[in-house]
Design a protein around this ligand. Structure first.
Ligand code: SAM
Ligand code: SF4
Ligand code: SF4
Length: 374
C-alpha cells in the first residue's frame, strides 16, 4: 500500500448534502453547538486562486501549472454568497470576513461587498465586514472597496526585508508594493488595519523586530501587528513542529526591544491575545493556535469557494450548501439545515491536535487553507 492516494483537488468534492429538517421553523435563530458555542463569525472564501505561492500555504511544487483550480461555474455567485450570509446572520452571525485564495483576484469583489454591506444584524446594526489579503492588489482596489462599504482589512505581511519577503511569497513579489497598499488603504479610511505575520523558525524570525519597528514608526496606532504561529493546516506544506516559533518566544523577543504589557480581550471568541507597547506606540496581537488552543470559544464557520460549509479550519470534509442553493430549497429549509449542522458541531482540532494527526497512509487529509479560507 502506498501513501494517501486521494489527489488534493478531488477532496473538494467529498461533501455530504445536508439534511433539510421536515419542520424548518424550529432550528432558526441563535444557535449553540454541542459545546455551547454560538455562531458569530462567517469566513467566506471567494476564490481558491492566488498570485502568491507562500510555502506554508500553496507550495509551488504542488500548486503548479497543472494544478486544477475550481472552474468558474462551481464558484458561488455573489448573489448565492449574499443569500447564505443573510441566513447565517439570521442565526446570529455579526462578522463576515472575505478571504481565499487571494480575494482581490475575484473580479468585481466590490459588488459583493456592496451586497453584504446592505445586510443588517438581528438588532438592526450593520455587520462587521472585513477582508484578508496579501496586499498585492490593495493599492489599486482599496478606494472602491471602501466606497462599497468595507470598513477594515487585514494584510498578511511576513517580512519587511525585500529578499526575505520575495522568498516567502515565492513569486518574487516586492515588499514595497504591499507597503504602498497599506498606505493607500489607510488613506482610503480602512482603519484600524491589521497586519498578520506568520512566523516560521529559521525563515523569518529575524523579521519580528524590524517589522514591528516599521509599523510603529510609519503607521503608529493605526496598524495592529499580529504574530501567527505557523500551523499544520492542510496536508501539503510539510509542517514540522520544530519550525513553529511559539508566541511566548516571539513576545519575549519583541518585549526585549519594545517593552509590552497585556490588554484584556475585547470580544469573546477573539483569536489574538492583545498586548500594547508600554510607551504608547500601539497594540500588538499573538495568535497561538498551536501552543495555546482557543477552541473553547471558537464561534467561526467557513464557507468554501464552491459553497461547502466547514466547521473547523482543520476539517477534512464540509457540508454541501451549494447543492441546497441550486436545488430549489427555500431560505427556511437552508437555514434549518445550517441549524442542524451547527447544532451537531463538536470540532476542537487544536485542542486535540496530537490525537488528530492523520496517520501516514490513512488517506485522511485536511482541507487546504487557500480553499477553505484563513
Ligand atoms: N491570500 C490572503 C492572505 O494571504 O492574506 C487570504 C488567504 S490566506 C489563506 C489567510 C491567512 O492565512 C494569511 O494571513 C496567511 O498568512 C495565513 N496562513 C496560511 N497558511 C498558514 C499556515 N500554515 N499557518 C499559519 N497561517 C497561515
Ligand atoms: Fe496566497 Fe494567502 Fe496562501 Fe499566501 S497565504 S499563498 S497569499 S492564499
Ligand atoms: Fe476553531 Fe477548529 Fe481552530 Fe479550534 S481548531 S479554534 S475549533 S477552527
Amino acid at each position: 500500500m502506498g501513501e494517501s492516494v486521494i489527489p488534493l483537488a478531488d477532496l473538494r468534492y467529498v461533501a455530504p448534502v445536508p439534511e433539510v429538517p421536515a419542520h424548518p421553523a424550529a432550528p432558526i435563530g441563535l444557535l449553540a453547538d454541542r459545546l455551547g458555542r454560538p455562531l458569530r463569525d462567517l469566513r467566506i472564501s471567494v476564490t481558491d486562486r492566488c498570485n502568491f505561492r507562500c510555502s506554508y500555504c500553496m507550495p509551488k511544487e504542488i500548486f503548479d501549472r497543472d494544478y486544477r483550480f475550481l472552474p468558474h461555474a462551481s464558484l458561488l455567485s455573489f448573489e448565492e454568497i449574499t443569500r447564505v450570509a443573510r441566513l447565517f446572520v439570521a442565526h446570529g452571525v455579526v462578522k463576515l470576513r472575505l478571504t481565499g485564495g487571494e480575494p482581490l483576484m475575484r473580479k468585481h469583489l466590490e459588488e459583493l461587498v456592496r451586497q453584504l454591506a446592505a445586510l443588517r444584524a438581528a438588532d438592526g446594526t450593520p455587520l462587521d465586514i472585513t477582508l484578508t489579503t496579501n496586499g498585492s492588489l490593495l493599492a489599486r482596489k482599496a478606494a472602491a472597496l471602501r466606497e462599497a462599504g468595507l470598513r477594515r482589512v487585514t494584510v498578511s505581511l511576513d517580512a519587511l526585508d525585500d529578499a526575505v519577503f520575495r522568498r516567502m511569497n515565492d513569486v518574487d513579489f516586492p515588499v514595497a508594493d504591499v507597503l504602498q497598499g497599506i498606505d493607500v488603504a489607510l488613506a482610503a479610511g480602512l482603519t484600524p488595519l491589521k497586519v498578520n505575520m506568520v512566523v516560521k523558525r529559521g525563515t523569518n524570525e529575524g523579521q519580528i523586530v524590524p517589522l514591528a519597528r516599521h509599523v510603529r514608526e510609519r503607521w503608529g496606532a493605526q496598524v495592529v501587528l499580529r504574530f501567527i504561529e505557523y500551523m499544520d493546516v492542510g496536508s501539503s506544506n510539510g509542517w514540522r513542529m520544530d519550525e513553529v516559533l511559539p508566541s511566548d518566544e516571539v513576545r519575549a523577543r519583541l518585549h526585549a526591544a519594545f517593552p509590552l504589557e497585556p490588554l484584556p480581550p475585547s470580544a469573546p471568541g477573539e483569536t489574538a491575545e492583545r498586548w500594547r507597547y508600554r510607551d504608547g506606540g500601539g497594540e500588538v496581537g499573538f495568535i497561538s493556535s498551536v501552543t495555546k488552543a482557543f477552541c473553547h470559544d471558537c464561534n467561526r464557520a467557513r464557507l468554501s469557494t464552491e459553497g461547502k460549509l466547514f466547521l473547523c479550519l482543520f476539517a477534512s470534509s464540509g457540508h454541501d450548501l451549494r447543492a441546497l442553493l441550486r436545488g430549489g430549497f427555500s431560505d427556511e429549509q437552508i437555514a434549518g439545515a445550517v441549524g442542524l449542522i451547527w447544532g451537531g458541531r463538536e470540532d476542537r482540532y487544536s485542542e486535540l491536535r496530537a490525537a488528530h494527526q492523520a496517520a501516514p497512509g490513512s488517506g485522511e487529509r485536511k482541507i487546504e487553507m487557500h480553499y477553505i479560507g484563513g
